[in-house]
Design a protein around this ligand. Structure first.
Ligand SMILES: Cc1cc2nc3c(=O)[nH]c(=O)nc-3n(C[C@H](O)[C@H](O)[C@H](O)COP(=O)(O)O)c2cc1C
Length: 405
């Protein structure tokens, strides 16, 4: 096994690996933050620091897992929660950050410590930024993404639809601190690519793509909203392809700042997926919270194994590798014809017969699926649904003329 170099550099800060623990319950106090570093986190973002008393007091209960069995089986699950911001006053966080930095230096632990902040006014954004710099944080993350915040507030996703407010928040933060500023994008109710452009033009030094959505989970038996009873943040591994697509689009736009991929990561391969679309590093919250801090070391070791398997010795060997392979719909040759073939594995369950939108499949007298090639549209639904993986396909021919758009 080759020894791989996982180091990444973002805005001049060196991270020993590309897994940054995102702001959340796994980073809520110095003990939790140290646990992240002890488990080899490349960096840690503090729970969001604010003076807002409404944000400091948590609804109870507020955490609700949908798909317990799936979580433990490594399959898709959803996590629904209204975890607001940190309960500790910013002055307390100044001491926390100093303590963590001192402890890291005493123990020779490398890694970036990022302070997540949220102000109620531009002055407060500026004040918090200055305090975090004095405390010794390596960078500042601005929380313009929290899914629970709506209305006229100046924090969380409430700001995402107000470009002027975004610019003023970033201005206030930049004027009061010389630290790199990371803009965290909401995927929700706004076009993250447009948000990214606004944030970059206003001066952020890097971006996180993306935070979670808001959802509403209803218990139809008890006729109520689950957990604390209201709207909640909604995320999980199913979000990964959505965040990947925004990350790929933002990276492709060459905005000139590093992009940190986030949203739905639960394995080393997921970290690799974000880097393959050009992310410089990644952030992960839910999977670490649900599996414990040990999940950090596990994902890093999975990433190393994956790199070894593919012969990559450093992150830059594969960063952005997939981007040139993403086909634009207008460039796709839509005249290609595939041959769908039912193999011996067919059990005659008839699912493909029921779902084929073109009525191109019947069961033969022997009880096996048979595809009528003249009716088949090559859509692939049968093959993707077949429980016994009995339907395969291969390219047959390309018609000379490209379909008109
Ligand atoms: C319970 C919980 C609490 C969170 N608290 C914060 C927070 O205080 N500040 C923040 O910026 N993001 C917060 N987040 C969002 C995460 O940092 C992260 O952006 C989001 O969950 C997407 O990543 P994931 O799919 O790896 O969880 C929280 C997420 C969860 C699930």
């Amino acid at each position: 096994m080759v020894d791989v170099d996982l180091t990444v550099t973002i805005n001049g800060i060196s991270y020993p690996n590309p897994l940054i623990v995102a702001s959340g319950p796994s980073t809520l106090n110095p003990k939790a933050i140290m646990k992240c570093f002890e488990n080899n986190a490349g960096g840690v973002v503090t729970k969001t620091i604010t003076y807002d008393p409404m944000q400091q007091l948590q609804p109870k209960p507020r955490m609700y897992l949908i798909g317990k069995r799936e979580l433990f089986a490594g399959k898709l699950y959803s996590f629904y929660s209204v975890d607001l911001m940190s309960e500790y006053e910013p002055e307390r966080w100044v001491k926390f950050i100093r303590d963590v930095k001192r402890e890291m230096s005493r123990r020779g632990i490398r890694g970036g410590l990022i302070a997540s902040i949220a102000g109620r006014s531009y002055e407060e954004w500026g004040k918090l930024a200055g305090m975090m710099e004095d405390a010794g944080a390596d960078a500042i993350e601005i929380n313009l993404s929290c899914p629970h915040i709506e209305g006229e507030e100046l924090m969380g996703r409430a700001v995402a639809s107000r470009p002027e407010a975004i610019r003023n928040v970033i201005k206030a933060v930049k004027e009061n601190s010389s630290l790199p500023v990371i803009g965290k994008l909401t995927p929700h109710g706004a076009n993250p690519l447009e948000l990214a452009k606004i944030m970059v033009s206003a001066g952020v030094d890097s971006l996180v793509s993306t935070a979670r959505f808001q959802g509403l989970v209803i218990d139809a038996e008890k006729l109520c909203v689950v957990s604390w009873g209201g709207y909640g943040g909604y995320g999980g591994p199913w979000q990964l392809p959505i965040s990947l697509s925004w990350t790929a689009k933002i990276v492709s736009e060459n905005l000139g700042v590093p992009v940190i991929g986030s949203g739905g990561i639960s394995s080393g391969e997921d970290i690799a997926r974000f880097i393959l679309v050009g992310a410089d590093a990644t952030q992960c919250c839910t999977a670490i919270m649900l599996r414990g801090h040990e999940a950090i070391s596990k994902m890093i070791s999975e990433l190393k194994d994956w790199m070894n398997k593919h012969g990559f010795s450093k992150i830059s060997d594969f960063r952005g590798m997939i981007l040139s392979k993403i086909i634009k719909l207008e460039d796709l040759n839509r005249r290609r014809i595939y041959r769908f073939l039912v193999t011996d594995k067919c059990t005659g369950c008839g699912i493909c017969v029921k779902v084929c939108p073109y009525h191109a499949i019947d069961l033969s007298p022997l009880g096996k699926a048979e595809i009528n090639m003249r009716r088949c549209d090559n859509c692939g639904l049968c093959s993707s649904l077949c429980p016994s993986e009995a339907i395969t396909y291969a390219l047959r021919e390309t018609k000379a003329k490209q379909a008109s758009p």
